[in-house]
Design a protein around this ligand. Structure first.
Ligand SMILES: NC(=O)c1ccc[n+]([C@@H]2O[C@H](COP(=O)([O-])OP(=O)(O)OC[C@H]3O[C@@H](n4cnc5c(N)ncnc54)[C@H](OP(=O)(O)O)[C@@H]3O)[C@@H](O)[C@H]2O)c1
Length: 456
């Protein structure tokens, strides 16, 4: 066996502690796979005296994380601090600038800075690895970069955020409201005190932009991901979806549309028979369609100490073996600079829940508006009083022309979905696209929620 790979770890929280535990518990196994031992020599975190359930006695302590990069006893650095910029980015730049290899679980940083960091890594012939950044323990980065490398990928889609999938699963099982399930999950430590990134789809958008880059040989385009989260979903929506034969999931999906990159994270009604409908609780899954391999599904635990450490150490084993290629699967210079596709452009089948006044003629008003805009209704459910007054009116549409891009209460939509004409619309309006121009009419509906139905 050759000399050990000496690593420095910055961040000793859930994942950092997990990596140290794994390297200790599986030391012989890892050394056999890597053909050399992998040893931790130096660590950094904020609080030197915090109890972490691991013995740090044998490691040098470094107060300023970026200083790990210059140490003679560090060959490769593992960044497990988090955050798209700040100390994590400073450490990445310092490590790659020193020509040393860099491993991270930090999807936010990779989503925002992949191009710059990959360029640095390539220039210095150093590794930049981030298996743990997408879907935790599932080897989906390796799967996309290597396993599916021979295929033209037509679509990559998945359930990329365990917290939101857990919340939707509990809402379904218990018939409970989003706010209650979120509060319980926070009390149990399953959700962050600030859940924005998870429940509003931003975390999934970070991961999707990384996957899409690998799938389509394109520069990562995080700014091009349109995002809608799960806050507006009611337990009643989950129940209506079930009656219609679907389960509501927060799906991240990317594909090419007329040579542009369509990337969306949004609630989606997934048919019960589809494999993504069966991904429950905090499990993640990624589905890719290749032109020779067909459909491939990766599924497993997308977060947590063990799964995430497993992915980090897999990257270290590759580095110890000297097996690493361009970080984004192709040299940065060969990545396509794709533009973002208009998220409203593709035709879609949608699910709509309206709260309408409980008086004769309202349903006819709604369906008349749909008729006028050539939106063809597939099914209708009118059942159940809404707690805020009125009744729920639920319908699903066939594929609609002009992207099915009609919606109600656009001022409450996440900003990314609001088309230019939606900004001056009023609450309660239904917005339809007609010949590419959004047009609105106002029936007696007070609130509304709409989302796509899976159509691949
Ligand atoms: N948790 C998961 O399941 C999971 C899954 C996939 C990816 N990730 C990613 O992995 C990364 C780490 O996540 P985590 O859950 O392990 O976070 P965490 O438990 O909050 O731990 C963060 C660690 O970073 C340290 N830290 C903060 N600021 C620092 C600084 N300026 N210099 C040095 N250390 C600093 C903290 O030090 P103290 O302990 O002293 O406060 C802590 O040890 C994030 O990028 C996250 O997105 C996490």
């Amino acid at each position: 066996m050759t000399e050990a790979l000496k690593i420095g770890i910055a961040g000793l929280g859930t994942v950092g502690a997990g990596v140290i535990k794994l390297l200790q518990a599986n030391a012989a196994h890892v050394a056999a796979r890597a053909n050399r031992p992998i040893v931790v020599t130096a660590v950094s975190a904020r609080d030197r005296h915090r109890e972490r359930g691991i013995d740090l006695g044998g490691f040098a302590w470094v107060d300023n994380a970026p200083d790990l990069a210059a140490r003679a006893d560090v060959d490769a650095v593992v960044e497990l601090i988090g955050g798209s910029d700040g100390p994590a980015l400073a450490l990445a730049r310092a490590t790659l600038g020193a020509g040393k290899s860099f491993v991270t679980a930090n999807k936010a940083m990779i989503a925002h800075h992949a191009m710059e960091l990959a360029e640095r890594a390539e220039a210095m012939n150093a590794a930049l690895k981030f298996e743990a950044a997408v879907a935790g323990g599932i080897p989906v980065i390796k799967g996309m970069r290597e396993g599916l490398a021979a295929n033209a990928i037509s679509q990559v889609a998945g359930i990329l955020n365990g917290t939101s999938n857990y919340i939707l699963s509990v809402m379904e099982r218990e018939g409970a409201a989003f706010a209650k399930v979120l509060a319980d999950a926070q009390a149990l430590g399953y959700a962050e005190a600030d859940p924005t990134f998870d429940v509003d789809g931003i975390d999934a958008a970070h991961k999707l932009s990384i996957l899409a880059s690998l799938a389509f040989g394109a520069r990562p385009l995080f700014e091009g991901v349109t995002t809608a989260g799960i806050r507006e979903i009611l337990a009643a929506d989950i129940d209506y979806a079930r009656v219609l034969g679907y389960r509501i999931k927060l799906v991240g999906a990317a594909r090419l549309v007329d040579g542009k990159l369509l990337q969306r994270v949004h609630p989606c009604l997934v048919p019960m028979a589809h494999p993504l409908a069966h991904v429950m609780d905090s499990t993640n899954a990624v589905l890719a369609e290749g032109n020779f391999v067909g459909r491939v599904l990766f599924e497993g635990r997308g977060a947590g100490e063990g799964p995430t450490a497993s992915a980090v150490v897999a990257d270290l084993i590759d580095i110890a073996r000297g097996e690493f290629g361009p970080p984004l699967a192709m040299p940065v210079s060969a990545l396509m600079p794709l533009e973002a596709a208009d998220p409203l452009a593709p035709s879609e089948r949608v699910y709509i829940r309206l709260t309408v006044a409980d008086r004769p003629g309202v349903l006819a008003e709604v369906t008349a508006i749909l008729r006028d805009f050539a939106v063809s209704v597939e099914s209708v459910i009118q059942r159940g009083a809404a707690p805020e007054g009125g009744v729920y009116f639920v319908l699903t549409t066939h594929r609609t022309p002009e992207g099915g891009a009609w919606r109600a209460q656009p001022d409450q939509r996440p900003r990314q979905y609001a088309g230019p004409a939606a900004h001056d619309a009023n609450p309660g309006e239904l917005i339809c696209r007609s010949q590419g121009r959004p047009t609105s009419r106002r029936p007696a509906c007070s609130t509304a929620f709409w989302c796509s139905r899976w159509s691949a």
